[in-house]
Design a protein around this ligand. Structure first.
Ligand SMILES: [Zn+2]
Length: 378
């Protein structure tokens, strides 16, 4: 082109580089990463030429953030994309002398991209949920690259599913590596779909309220340091003289401490049942002389009643009993949470009907709440 290439030629050559920067090959079509729909646009091309750096990274974070996934999922995706997950390869980089091969397939070094996308288990999960063609790994790609490409063409729901699957795969990996607990494809798939379901419900709730003020209570969160949290729930059956009540106790690290489920004689109206579940939990916890307790119920009416005045219905009599019991605690809070943040207690209350009598668990949680405990885990 000689020493004095025309402005036009220089522009064309520069543009070629920019186009290469913005594209990733996806089977036989090219996707332009800078636009939402993956379409090439002159405008985004100019933006790069003008020096407004390839903001693909920022777009990825913005997208992940906007999805309003549970905090733990965002956290995992963030760590994976920044390549700071403690995989064996990452640990070896820190001079820990270990075998870098994937503990599951033994077929490759365990990088984040391997665990979350390339391992045979990850591929199988993606296939069963219909995401196989959505997420493509180009061999040496980083998690960030894979996500960028996938998020470019996926719908919000698909993006959310990719996010929760990543979380579930990492959860499963840790169970396998540290405890040699093997989860099935079916188990992990249902865990991911459950989380997606919760996410969809939360999206609808946020839409309805219009503000998203309840975002913080959407998901179970641990109590402050030095406190324990007791989640309670009740379940009723129309033909039964009994109410199933359940409660689960966890500490500030979200660790399982105790759980209890039992049937209590009582009328099966929802609000009385909820009040009975609180009364039962208060009587149970009272004897431990624990200083700081937070009781959480998803029955707003009950929580409001505890904090309000009283009249003389059956419901109010039980509420009055609860208030009496509360006096035995030094510091106690009774709080409302959304149903989506109260799954463990809900399962326990329902289980009461299939137990031969009251059941209590210490230190080791019963099988049927393990999945929900993990989902509510931090
Ligand atoms: Zn593997």
């Amino acid at each position: 082109m000689g020493n004095n290439p025309s402005y036009v030629w220089r522009s064309i050559i520069e543009t070629q580089g920019v186009i290469k920067q913005g594209c990733r090959k996806k089977i036989d079509s090219w996707y332009w990463l800078l636009e939402d729909k993956g379409q090439f646009s002159v405008r985004s091309c100019y933006r790069i030429l003008r020096g407004e750096e390839v903001c693909v990274d920022r777009m990825l974070w913005k997208k992940i953030w906007k999805l309003q996934l549970p905090g733990k999922v965002i956290n995992l995706v963030w760590r994976a994309a920044r390549n700071v997950l403690p995989t064996t390869v990452a640990l070896q980089g820190k001079q820990v002398n270990i075998d870098v091969n994937c503990e599951w397939c033994k077929g490759a070094a365990e990088t984040a991209v391997h665990v979350l996308f390339e391992c045979s288990f990850a591929r199988e999960i993606r296939e069963t949920v219909g995401l196989y063609s959505r997420v493509l790994t180009g061999g040496n790609d980083s998690v960030k690259e894979v996500l960028k490409q996938a998020f470019t063409t996926a719908t919000n729901e698909q993006c959310a599913l990719i996010g929760v699957i990543c979380w579930c795969l990492w959860f499963r990996r840790n169970k396998w590596v540290w405890e040699k607990i093997n989860s099935s494809v079916f188990g992990i798939k249902s865990m991911a779909l459950n989380m997606l379901q919760e996410w969809k419900k939360a999206q609808e709730e946020t839409c309805k309220s219009g503000t998203g003020v309840h975002v913080h209570t959407r998901q179970w969160c641990p109590p402050p340091e030095g406190w324990i949290k007791i989640n309670i729930d009740a379940s009723c059956r129309q033909d039964s003289e009994y109410v199933g009540v359940g409660c689960v106790v966890r500490n500030e690290r979200g660790e399982f401490l105790r759980a209890r489920t039992t049937l209590v004689q009582g009328r099966s109206y929802a609000r009385e049942a909820e009040a009975l579940s609180l009364k039962e939990a208060l009587s149970w916890v009272k004897t431990w002389r624990t200083q700081k307790c937070i009781f959480e119920s998803d029955a707003k009416l009950l929580v409001d009643a505890i904090h309000a005045g009283h009249s003389n219905s059956t419901f109010d009599t039980i509420v009055e009993d609860c208030r009496e019991l509360i006096k035995h605690f030094r510091e106690v809070l009774v709080m409302f949470v959304l149903r989506s943040a109260n799954n463990v207690a809900h399962s326990l209350a329902q289980a009461a009907y299939s137990m031969s009598g009251p059941q209590e668990w210490y230190h080791t949680a019963p099988d049927f709440i393990l999945c929900n405990l993990a989902l509510e885990g931090i």
